[in-house]
Each structure stands twice: as C-alpha cells, then as structure tokens.
Design a protein around this ligand. Structure first.
Ligand code: ASN
Length: 315
C-alpha cells in the first residue's frame, strides 16, 4: 500500500476535541442511545453475543477496500469487516432465534471517501440476525428500534441536544419504501439526493450486494435486501437482507461476482451439509447513528479517536 497519509489536525487540536464540553454532550448521547438499544434487544429476548475480530473469513463487502490481515504462526487471519457470516453460523442452534453484537469493524477504505463525512476505517456496528423471518419482519423491528432510540435520547438528553442545537423528530411508522430500481433514475447519487430531500428515514430496497444475499424467487437480479437511509442528507444508516443458505446457490452467486469459493471452504462445507439456517438481519453503524442524533456533519467529530480514510493515525 502506498503511504500518502495526511495529517488532519495537529495533536493539540485533537486533545482539545477529546477534552471539549461538546464531546461530553456527544458521549452522553452515545451512552443513552446504546442503553436504549440494549434495553430494546433485551425486551425482545434477543441474545447479545461478543464480537469476532479475527477469522479465516469475513464479509468480502461489495466495494473495494485494502485488505486487513495479520499473520498468526502459519495462518493468515482477516480482521472483521462485518460479522455477517458469523451471525448466520451463530444461529445454527435449534433454540437460538435471534442475536445481536456491538461489533467492531475494520474497513481500510480507499482515500476517495475521506471527505464523505461518514467513513471511518475503524467503527462499530449494531449487527443483528433472526432465524426464519422475512424482510418485512426486519423492517418493522428496525423501525420500532429506531423510534425507541430517538424517543429515549429526546427524553433523557434534552440539555445535551440543546447545547448541540439539535432538534430531533420522532419518525412515524411505516417508513417509506423505495426500490433502488426506481431510484436509479435520479442517477448514481440517488441515495444522497433522496436523503437530502427526506425529512423522515426511508428504506431503499432490492439492490445487489454479495453472495450472501437472497435473490427473489421469480425476479432475477432482484435481491431481498434493504438499506435504511437517514433524512436531512445523513445518508445510509443500515444495510441488511434475507440471506442465501443453499450451497449450490451460494456457489453460483460466488461465480457470478468473481468471489473465490476456495477462500470460504469451511463455511461452504457447512452449507453443503445443510447446516446454515435461514436467516435475515442487518447492521447499523454506531458512529453514523451518533452523527445523525447529534447533527454533526463530520463523523470524526463524534469519535474520541477517529480514524478517517487516507489520514495518518496519530494516537
Ligand atoms: N451488517 C450487514 C448485514 O447484516 C452487512 C455489512 O455491514 N456489510 O447485512
């Protein structure tokens, strides 16, 4: 990897940010939002798991990033980009119906997205997965979760929101649903255009991501996927979908997307023996949620130790 890393701020400016009153307010809102998420998950009997951070496999992602690998003795291990495949495997037990993880992810993003305001090379997502449910169930679940988080923050963090000049609106269910097949008429930047116009969160549906996406039974190239998008230009909040679990279909999809099956030997072995359950789920970034809740333009402003693409890591 060529090193052309820039220094965003001198270390004393970073120290000012870390110790600021504004950061106190932001962290209090983060704490409140996480508590609301845990309470909601507990009330729905969703089991919390601990994160997987190293494995032989991880999410290949549908956009290109630098690989993050470490060598442990004779083995190369990947740092987790998302726990999607492990979430599916964690539901192999008959009695386990739903799980979630506050999952740290490493995605060594290309420099191009350094000014997006919403990319970090290290972040955490709230990653959840259910067995034997369809996409409508997940959307309904997520809408309830999102409304409960906003309501709690509005109620418990009045002082902090006021200090940040943020007025949060509690959205109404059901959120609007838009097929990406229709949205694409607005051009490549359809997500940004729609997000900037929107005053409430909405769903973008049907697009392709990776070999783990389930394809519509009758409509080819329509996938049972959903992205939740924040209003006011804050962009993508969550991505998720119903998952493919049948060996032959996974292989077919890997071949279609140029993914090498030999990199996923044990995972595919489980699929071949019919061990992979039928699941659906999604994940939303904690820092992106906090950026939305606090109304900050730059995601780095809501993190104590932000690591932005293309920037030198100082501490
Ligand atoms: N967590 C996402 C999902 O469950 C995957 C991702 O973040 N790439 O679909």
């Amino acid at each position: 990897m060529k090193t052309m890393l820039k220094i965003e701020k001198p270390i004393h400016k970073i120290a000012d940010k870390i110790s600021s009153k504004e950061m106190d307010a932001i962290l209090r809102i983060q704490s409140c939002a996480l508590k609301a998420i845990h309470d909601f998950m507990y009330s729905r009997e969703i089991l919390q798991l601990m994160p997987v951070m190293l494995s032989t496999i991880t999410d290949p992602l549908c956009h290109s990033v630098y690989d993050a690998k470490i060598k442990y003795m004779e083995q190369e291990l990947m740092l987790t980009k998302s726990m999607i495949l492990h979430k599916q495997m964690a539901l192999m037990s008959d009695s386990r119906k739903a799980i979630y993880i506050i999952s740290p992810n490493i995605r060594l993003e290309k420099e191009e997205c350094k000014d997006s305001g919403r990319h970090l090379i290290e972040f955490s997502q709230v990653d959840f997965e259910f067995k034997d449910v369809k996409k409508e169930f997940i959307k309904d679940f997520m809408e309830d979760l999102f409304i409960s988080v906003i309501s709690r923050v509005k109620e418990d963090c009045k002082k902090e929101l006021e200090a940040l000049g943020r007025d949060l609106v509690i959205p109404t269910k059901p959120f609007a649903r838009i097929s990406t097949k229709d949205a694409i008429r607005l051009g490549e930047e359809f997500e940004t255009i729609l997000s900037e116009k929107a005053t409430e969160p909405f769903w973008l549906l049907d697009h392709e991501r990776e070999f783990y996406d389930k394809e519509h039974e009758e409509k080819s190239k329509v996938y049972l996927n959903y992205d939740l998008v924040y209003p006011e230009g804050f962009g993508e909040a969550l991505s998720g979908g119903e998952r493919e679990h049948e060996h032959e279909k996974i292989i077919e999809r890997m071949i279609r997307s140029g993914t090498k099956p030999e990199h996923y030997t044990e995972y595919l072995e489980l699929a071949k023996h019919g061990k992979l359950p039928k699941t659906a789920g999604g994940g939303f970034g904690v820092e992106r949620l906090l950026r939305f809740l606090t109304g900050k333009k730059d995601i780095a402003d809501v993190c104590l130790f932000a690591k932005k693409p293309g920037m030198k890591v100082l501490i």
